[in-house]
Design a protein around this ligand. Structure first.
Ligand SMILES: Nc1nc2c(ncn2[C@@H]2O[C@H](COP(=O)(O)OP(=O)(O)OP(=O)(O)O)[C@@H](O)[C@H]2O)c(=O)[nH]1
Length: 492
């Protein structure tokens, strides 16, 4: 076989063989014959199509990845392997740098911000972030080792925080138990405290803590007011009783004197020698008797007056108690059902509207009114009516998410705020509530009573005042009543 030493000779021979075999001289056929004659391995064809597909899929989210992707695209267009090799290396480097930058952002600000209570760890996170942001090539291993140690410290700090939180919660539960033992006789405070205990039973979140804080403030307000008033009233009662005892002692002294006058009079009567002497003794006894009678009468009147004052003081204490119960309506919760009252609703509305605007989420409102409540009251009595309302409020509260608010809007009417909920979902929540009331049927003394309600649902437009959306829900609720009750309608 002749030896072809120069590329020109190999090329000529390749063309000659193609002609001899009558094969069309396409680039692929030519390349195959060329390598066969030269005895060299055949280069693979440049896979432009597939490489272009890869280049389209490359990330271009940061300036660095965009640059690397464009370099890759140009290399594919050039069809040149060495250029492509350089582009792939640049791509790998940009991906690595991107990863380091993300790690640096994770360390600072994200992790360092979470470590507000651990300034040393926060400073370490900042330092590591700076180093990962710089040139890591030379001391990569040392840096990775420090990162590993930092992660260990974070794990320990996390475990510490967990046990501190558990300890604080336990402490709060203890305080609550203590307070509820101290205020056994106050139903309203008792209700508030059981709601607080329930709140601490579940996982903590910021909204729940806010609610707990408000309720605790209510409890503290009322408790201190109540205590001051009751101490005053008790002091007044004490001083009245002291006066009463003084009068009794006086009366005792006067009657004691009278008894000795009588005894002396009896002796003198026995020893009397004549009528004159006797009439003198009787005269003295009459005077003393009149005096004793006057004192006794005065004392009886004073004691009766004192008794009147004690009764009035007692009435005053009872009135105070009632006024305080009414005053609890001025705070944020309805004493019968424990749901928010109007003032509580105003605050919750303000908070939720601001949140919805900030987050660009939908706030839905539902108004529900118990069906045929007057008949229930008339048939089973007002007390059963009250219990039915309490049952309804409990089922509603327990069926909703912690971020939803329930308010007693009127006698047997409740308003529910559903943050981050579109109108159709809010209607579905109310339908679920209807089902839940059928499942958890109200057990009255007289037996099982099914409570149903009619409801209207609306969604707040970010630019309208809340009362407009409430009016829409109200109209939908009335439409539900007219359509036959026990149904949920959305506002048109
Ligand atoms: N037991 C009890 N009854 C209440 C309370 N607040 C309001 N009510 C009574 O609820 C009843 C409401 O009656 P209506 O407004 O006629 O409504 P309804 O009977 O439910 O009729 P529809 O709404 O049409 O289904 C009245 O009798 C009120 O006295 C409360 O706190 N306790």
């Amino acid at each position: 076989m002749p030896d072809f030493s120069s590329p020109a000779e190999i090329a000529r021979e390749a063309l000659r063989r193609l002609t001899a075999k009558r094969i069309p001289p396409t680039p692929d056929q030519y390349r195959a014959h060329y390598h066969e004659i030269a005895g060299t391995p055949e280069d693979e064809a440049f896979p432009s199509g597939q490489l272009k597909a890869i280049s389209h899929a490359l990330p271009r989210t940061t300036p660095a990845t965009l640059r690397a992707a464009q370099q890759f695209e140009a290399a594919v267009d050039s069809g040149n392997w060495p250029t492509l090799r350089r582009a792939i290396l640049a791509l790998a480097e940009s991906a690595g740098n991107d990863c380091l930058r993300q790690l640096s952002r994770l360390l600072h600000p994200a992790i360092s911000a979470l470590l507000a209570d651990q300034p040393e760890l926060a400073a370490e996170a900042r330092l590591l972030a700076q180093e990962f942001d710089g040139d890591v090539a030379e001391h990569q291993e040392a840096l990775l080792h420090r990162l590993e140690q930092f992660i260990h410290k974070l794990e320990w700090a996390g475990a510490d925080l967990h046990s501190i939180r558990a300890g604080l919660l336990e402490l709060l539960r203890l305080i609550l138990r203590n307070i509820s033992e101290l205020v056994l006789e106050d139903r309203w405070l008792h209700g508030q405290l059981s709601v607080l205990s329930e709140a601490f039973a579940g996982p903590l979140d910021a909204r729940m803590l806010d609610e707990v804080q408000r309720r605790l403030l209510d409890v503290i307000d009322k408790q201190s007011h109540l205590k001051r008033q009751l101490t005053d009233a008790q002091e007044r009662l004490k001083s009245m009783l002291a006066g009463f005892v003084d009068r009794l002692a006086n009366f005792g002294a006067v009657t004691g004197d009278y008894a000795s006058v009588l005894a002396r009079g009896t002796e003198r009567i026995e020893a009397a020698q004549d009528i004159g002497e006797l009439s003198e003794v009787v005269g003295e006894l009459l005077t003393e008797t009149r005096l004793a009678h006057d004192v006794a009468q005065r004392s009886t009147e004073e004691i009766a007056a004192l008794r009147g004052e004690v009764d009035a003081a007692n009435q005053h204490i009872l009135r105070l108690q009632r006024e305080l119960d009414e005053a609890s309506e001025l705070v944020r919760h309805d004493p019968l059902t424990g749901t928010l009252n109007r003032k509580g609703l105003d605050e919750a509305l303000e908070r939720e509207i601001a949140l919805a605007r900030r987050r660009g989420t939908q706030l839905s409102i539902a108004l529900l009114d118990v069906d045929n409540f007057k008949t229930l009251n008339d048939t089973y009595g007002h007390k059963t009516g009250d219990e039915a309302l309490r049952h309804l409020a409990t089922v509603v509260r327990e069926s909703l998410r912690p971020q939803d608010s329930v308010c007693r809007y009127g006698g047997e009417e409740f308003l529910i705020l559903l943050p981050d909920t579109v109108q159709a979902d809010a209607a579905a929540v109310l339908v679920r509530l209807q089902r839940e009331l059928t499942r958890r049927i109200f057990m009255a003394d007289q037996g099982r009573l099914l409570i149903t309600f009619s409801a209207g649902v609306s969604t707040l437009d970010p630019n309208e005042p809340a009362h407009i959306a409430i009016e829409r829900a109200d109209r939908a609720m009335y439409a539900a009543k007219h359509a036959g009750k026990n149904r949920v309608l959305v506002a048109g």
